[in-house]
Design a protein around this ligand. Structure first.
Ligand code: COA
Length: 200
């Protein structure tokens, strides 16, 4: 039987990821819906869009990034180097949120609850906390704070889930939202056909 705390955390993760209004994958689902494609293909279009690291694929990148940083003491040097090369910090930033994503706040609390139940803070979590602190000084003025992907991958890792399952878990949950938008699109449908202004 699964650990009851792991069940509670997984439930919370599925609820937090289930729907989030318009975003890249939901928009892809709406465009696909507007062609009257089957709902299976609508979900397939959304999955393809979610998979990219600038969207749902970011949680896997966060864990890889924390592995690369290794220890909290390495955070400052790593961040300086990353930003000087104009590279992003995975799990940070959001088009709409210019403060910490409320979903990240819930996930962080769950991470603390998990750490307390195990009696230790994982090195990954410690590094993530230190990186968040360092980013606040560097990226806070730009409104860049942790998003939903920042803590989810760490939590899943702690619960023994392999990195290549992180984004699929996001997708399993988000199917609810995508299909709600599919129904809404069909209730008053007109095919999406954006106008392009050619300037070349
Ligand atoms: N790391 C470093 N700098 C970042 C950043 C990040 N994660 N996210 C945004 N910035 C910087 C941008 O480079 C830009 O800087 P500039 O004004 O000096 O050019 C500034 O912050 C504003 O960025 P913004 O226009 O708000 O970003 P966006 O809306 O175009 O992109 C994301 C949004 C999510 C794609 C972007 O924040 C990102 O790449 N994040 C990392 C990937 C990620 O975690 N994705 C999951 C999203 S839920």
């Amino acid at each position: 039987d699964p650990d009851p705390l792991a069940v509670k955390i997984m439930d919370a993760c599925l609820v937090l990821h289930a729907e989030h209004t318009i975003n890249a994958s939901t928009f892809a689902a709406m465009v696909c819906s507007s062609t009257l494609a089957s709902p299976f293909l609508v979900v397939a279009a959304a999955i393809g869009t979610l998979a990219g690291p600038l969207h749902g694929g970011a949680n896997q990148r966060v864990v890889e990034m924390l592995k690369e940083i290794e220890r909290p003491e390495n955070v400052d040097g790593w961040l300086k180097n990353q930003l000087s090369k104009k590279k992003v910090v995975w799990g940070m930033g959001h088009r709409e949120y210019k403060t910490k994503d409320p979903r990240a706040i819930v996930l962080q609390k769950l991470m603390v609850e998990w750490a307390e139940s195990k009696g230790n803070l994982s090195p990954q979590f410690e590094t993530a906390l230190r990186l968040e602190e360092a980013c606040e000084a560097e990226l806070g003025p730009k409104g860049v704070y942790p998003n939903v992907d920042y803590y989810s991958g760490i939590l899943y890792t702690e619960m023994g889930i392999a990195p290549d399952q992180f984004t699929p878990i996001f997708a399993v949950s988000r199917v609810a939202g995508w299909l709600a938008h599919w129904r809404e699109q069909l209730s008053d449908n007109r095919i999406f056909r954006p106008t392009q202004i050619y300037t070349g």
